[in-house]
Structure formats: C-alpha cells, structure tokens
Design a protein around this ligand. Sequence first.
Ligand code: FAD
Ligand code: AMP
Length: 479
Amino acid sequence: MSENFDVIVIGSGPAGYVAAIRAAQLGMSVACIEKWRSKDGRGINGGTCLNVGCIPSKALLDSSHRFHDTKKELAVHGISTSEVSIDIGAMMARKEKIVSQLTGGIGQLFKANGVTGLYGTGKLLANKQVEFTSHVGAISVLNGGHVILASGSLPIEIPMAPVDGSLIVDSTGALEIETVPRRLGVIGAGVIGLELGSVWARLGSEVVLLEALDEFLSIMDKGIARETLKIFTKQGLDIRLGARVVGTQINDGEVHVNYRTTEGSEHTEVFDKLIVCVGRRAYTTGLFADDSGIQLDERGTIPVNEQCETGVPGVYAVGDLVRGPMLAHKGSEEGVMVAERIAGHSAQLNYAIVPNVIYTHPEVASVGETEEQVKASGVPYNVGTFPFAASGRALAANDTDGMVKIIADANSDRVLGCHIVGPSAADLVQQVAIAMEFGSSSEDLGMTVFGHPTLSETVHEAALAVNGNAIHKANRKRG
Ligand code: FAD
Ligand code: AMP
C-alpha cells in the first residue's frame, strides 16, 4: 500500500486521537496509526489514558470509595448495614467494561469523522513519510502532508525494584491485582502512587508509601501539600518521606524492600505486593528513523516549541512525548492546537492554565501558580482561604476535610492560582480555571452569585477572603 494523507498521526492516546478527529473535522484526510493490542490480539485505540491510566484508575477509585464509605461512613447518617464485602473480580470486570466501551467509542468517532484507523506500528522516515507495519507484519509506506507524533509514555523502571508482574508490579499491574494484599508497598508518593495506594488501602490493605524526597508533593502549593499530608495520614496511609528505595529481594512469596532515609539509616519492610510508581518516560522506541531529522533531548523527550513544532517542517509532537505535565487533557489540547494550525488557524494553548488533579478522597486540585512561585516572581500578592469545615454543604455531606486557597495579584487583583484539597476539588478548581482564562479578578469571583448550599460556595468565600471580605469566617486583619 502506498497512500497519501494530509495528516498522519502516530499514536491514538488522548493526544493522538483528538488531533486526528479535529484534523478530519477541519476537512483533511487523516490516518491514525495505533500499535496497542487488546488481550485477545485486537488493535485498540485510546492509549495509556483509556486502557491503563486515567479511566481504569478512576473506575477502581470510585468502586473502592463506595466500599469504604459504605463500611465506614454510613453509620453517622443512621444507616446500618450487614456485613459489607467486596468481589474484586466483579470490580475488575466493571472497570474492563468501561474501558472497552470508551476504547470502542474512539473507533466509532473515527468512522463518523472519516479518520482511517490503522492498527500496527508507525515509524517516521525522512520527508514526512511514515512506514506502517501492520499487526500481521505487512509493511507499507504512507506519505503525509503533515505528521503528528503522539506515542505517549511508559512507566519508568528502576533496577532496584524490577517489575515481575506478580509480586512487584507497575501502575498497569496495580490495576489488575486479584486479591487485596495484606501489606502493600508503593514506591513513589506522587499522583499515581497516591491514587493506586488509596484504592487498595480502602479495600483493606495496610499501605506504606516510600518517597525519596523529604517534601510531600514537592511541586504543589506548600500550604495545600501540608494540609493534604495531614488528611492522608489521618486516613491511615503510612507515607514515609525521605525514604529512598535502594533494593528489593523476593523471599518466600514476599517482597523485602530496603530503603535509606535522608539521614542515612537503612531499613527493611516486608510486603506481599509492591507497586513501583516512580514516574513515566517518553515512549520513543522505533518511532523515527535516523534520517527523519528528529533527535531526542537529554530527558529523552522530543524537543518542540510552544506550538508543538519539532524543527522538522511539517512534523509535530504532542502529549506525554514532549515537555510539560504528563496529563491527558494537556495532550488533547495540544492535539487540537496542532490540527488547527495545520488547517491555517492561529490556535494557541495557554500552558499557564492547565489544571492538575489527584483523584484521591478528598481530591487535590490546582491551577495556575503556587504561592511559592508567585513569591519567587516578586509580584505582590494576596491570599484568600476557606475551609470546607465552614461549608454548610460539606457538613451536610459529612465531608469537611480540606480547604480552598486563591492567590491574586495585590495590584490588579487578577487571580494567579487556585489550590484545593477537599471534596469535588477537581470540579471546583475548574471554575477558577475558567475565571482565570477570562482574566478574572478575585473581586469578579466574589461578585458572582453562587447557588446555596453548594461546595462551590467555598470558592466564592476564598475569593472574598483574598481582600478580607469573607462572610462565613473571620477575616485576617490586614496591616
Ligand atoms: P498515551 O496515552 O500513552 O498514548 C500513546 C499511544 O501511542 C499508545 O496507545 C501507544 O500504543 C501508541 N504508540 C506508541 N508508539 C507507537 C508507534 N510507533 N506506532 C503506533 N502507535 C504507537 N492523566 C490525567 O490527565 N488525568 C488522570 O486522572 C490520569 N490518571 C492516570 C492514571 C494512571 C495509572 C496513569 C498511568 C496515567 C494517568 N494519567 C492521567 C496520565 C495520562 O494517562 C497520560 O498523560 C496520557 O495518556 C498521555 O496521552 P498521550 O496521547 O500523549 O499518550
Ligand atoms: P510522579 O513523578 O508524580 O509520578 O512521582 C514519582 C515519585 O517517585 C517522585 O516523587 C520521586 O521522588 C519518587 N521516587 C523515584 N525514585 C524513588 C526511589 N528509588 N525510592 C522512593 N521514591 C522514589
């Protein structure tokens, strides 16, 4: 087969499939190549996000949250239950059903938009040609007017804890554990480690998270990170900071994990399962030929400018493959931007306003700058906070842990950032993201009418608190 397409996309994760659909909507002929195969060997779209990332992890977080809530939180409402149990097989089957519904949905969207889905491996050659090797080994060369690389990322492996798929698993294996481990170790207390650790802790595991850094959630706003650590510790997660894993051994069906503290003392913990969640790296194996013009930077990512151009004219790279946070929505928006620019539009992506969420309970969410970043920039600023404990709706729901924090420029009052730990933080922070996108001041947010009683009122009150005008808490006196 030798075929011409206006756009060839390599990878159908949230960056690639969205780019492909948008390009087709804009009237271009598009092929999207995907190498992922289902357990029964079928080509399958959706990448990490749909198959082993955002969606299955949220399915398990939701199931485990309901189980935990039913067991621990109903009595306060006067509801009693008989013995509550969990069928892990049924929980996993539900997760798989959601995954196949969504991955199948992409195939339907491709059909509806006229995207040619090709199942196999893509490799960028010189002159915007792409070698396509189908799953049955047939090789062909496609000619692309433009090529979008969207091959995503893989879990980082560390030699001191080699994944064996049984006792030591990565984030993918952690979504398929068949019985609740009695003692579960997690290396890395980052976003994924906290989410997956929470799933199994809620189902009954004693969970220990070993984190090399001394600081918890070091890139987050420090006030919110401190509050989050307090909440998670109260929930029973054993989070050990300054604990660098230096080795593991398997003995009698258990994993012995050696770690060294920042002070230099050596310790060993024994687990019946260990999850390695030490980050992800760009996936570029076999993605481009030596003469394609693409070269990796020192971090193994493909260097691109703000418009996701690679330096090879007509070749773009988007998603986890390139700089920036490894987030599905960041990749999708890059995909849209690139498709629109190829179509001649002047699309941009506002990288300063990309929300970031940890889907634990309570959720942790942020957008914009942290207080530390604003302080370092030298811009004078005001901070407003509001605790969920003072929210009527949070009290009614018996869900009062956490707070909202809004930071605004002291001169212009423009909102610079919002950081939340608390119930529905992901959805609340999005309200502030929209406000920031429209250049809102904290006064604008304060003048907006919020429904009562809602969790959103905490955002309203935090915005009012920026200038000392909160109603439902005592405002700090300003000097
Ligand atoms: P991917 O989703 O990795 O997709 C890349 C695709 O390219 C893959 O399907 C791959 O098979 C294919 N491919 C690679 N090379 C080739 C080739 N040569 N030829 C053909 N195909 C190829 N992000 C969030 O925003 N929210 C969350 O809640 C969230 N939760 C997560 C939970 C977990 C457990 C994990 C692991 C990740 C989570 N993420 C989350 C991150 C999110 O999944 C990624 O940021 C996102 O999937 C990146 O999208 P992408 O399209 O760049 O790459
Ligand atoms: P994230 O990048 O959010 O996925 O988080 C990964 C976390 O793993 C980071 O906070 C790292 O500090 C942590 N980490 C990496 N290597 C080790 C190790 N050997 N022992 C403990 N923690 C680690």
